[in-house]
Write a protein that binds this ligand. Structure first.
Ligand SMILES: [Ca+2]
Length: 339
């Protein structure tokens, strides 16, 4: 796999890029296969390759391969993980056993030991170590202890923003949060998405439905919790806000939702459960519309565009400050903090 890009570059006569959009690139680690195009019998140049995923490891070296299964990849929760040292390795001789049907580990322990050692050397070289065999936790930067692209407890968005990946948006999971939007609505009322994150199989959206602000939380596409305002967003420029008061007591709990117009309560309801780690690998956060699949069947992606005007949208994390309204100074302070 890692040989494909160097092969294409050499075949096209292009140099390996060293800088892309001002960002210094790591060197490509593959080997171009062009040398073999007209010489099928030429000796292989890429004769050593390690593999590691979720603690499962393997190494190829000059026809031989050694592999060990640390875990079953699709079992995401539960199960007892063995120590890495207790993993059982298998050894295969690819020169006569391409399908890895004859495990030679007990017959040729010297070769196995040599390949295990090579795996460790490669693992050091390519930053595989230290290995991390947690599963779901690794998806969440907070749980994994990994830095995120976005810092702080507040984020301001503007219309036109969209396709924002989950790690580019403050993490609303397992905590209280609020979403506030300043919108301008004509006499005809408004429809459509103010902000949405995720999609059909998990996410949330704040949108207008028949003029009324509505918040929906979709848990894994299995449960949908909707809270609708008791009246339409009034004509003119107003702040529409939803507050989520997390129940606490662990991950994935529910919470109370309250909707506000200009700081005045406009509806309340419950979200029974939430998603603790991730909404989706490919769905995004969108302002003023929703792309990909939609969080709710109340609208389609095509018909999701907000019919009023959005001035800004802000997500704030943490407990409710009992204010329910964002004044212009506060908004400016948050905008400047992001510069
Ligand atoms: Ca979506």
């Amino acid at each position: 796999m890692i040989d494909v890009a160097p092969t294409i570059l050499e075949a096209a006569g292009l140099p390996e890029p060293t800088i892309v959009n001002g960002v210094l690139q790591s060197p490509m680690e593959g080997t171009s296969m062009v040398y073999a195009f007209n010489d099928a019998a030429s000796p292989e140049r890429h004769d050593l390759q390690y593999f590691e995923m979720f603690g499962n490891r393997g190494i190829y070296h000059r026809g031989w391969s050694a592999v060990t299964k640390h875990r079953t990849p699709w079992i995401m929760v539960g199960g007892v993980m063995p120590a890495f040292d207790d993993d059982v390795w298998e050894l295969y001789d690819g020169s006569g056993d391409y399908s890895q049907s004859r495990n030679l580990a007990s017959q040729n322990p010297e070769m196995l030991s040599k390949l295990q050692r090579l795996w460790l050397i490669e693992a050091v070289k390519y930053n595989v170590l230290p290995m991390d065999d947690r599963t779901a936790e690794r998806i969440s930067p907070e749980a994994a202890g990994r830095p995120t692209l976005i810092r702080g407890s507040s984020q301001l968005f503007f219309p036109g923003m969209g396709r924002l990946s989950e790690n580019s948006v403050v993490n609303i999971k397992n905590k209280s949060f609020s979403v506030t939007a300043e919108v301008a609505v004509s006499g005809a009322g408004a429809d459509g998405v103010i902000i949405a994150q995720g999609g059909r199989f998990g996410g949330w959206a704040l949108y207008a439905k028949g003029g009324r602000a509505t918040f929906v939380y979709n848990v894994l596409g299995i449960q949908e919790f909707a809270v609708e305002a008791d009246r339409a967003i009034p004509e003119g420029t107003h702040q529409v806000r939803m507050e989520f008061a997390y129940d606490g007591g662990g991950l994935a709990k529910g919470g109370d939702v309250t909707l506000y117009y200009d700081g005045e309560a406009a509806g309340a309801g419950r979200v029974g459960a939430t998603q603790p780690m991730i909404f989706s690998a490919d769905e995004t956060t969108d302002i003023g519309y929703e792309s990909g699949t939609t969080v709710t069947s109340d609208y389609t992606a095509d018909g999701s565009r907000f019919t009023g005007k959005i001035h800004w949208v802000q997500i704030d994390l943490g407990p409710d400050d009992n204010d329910h309204f964002i004044d212009p100074e506060e908004r400016l302070r948050i905008a400047i903090a992001r510069q």
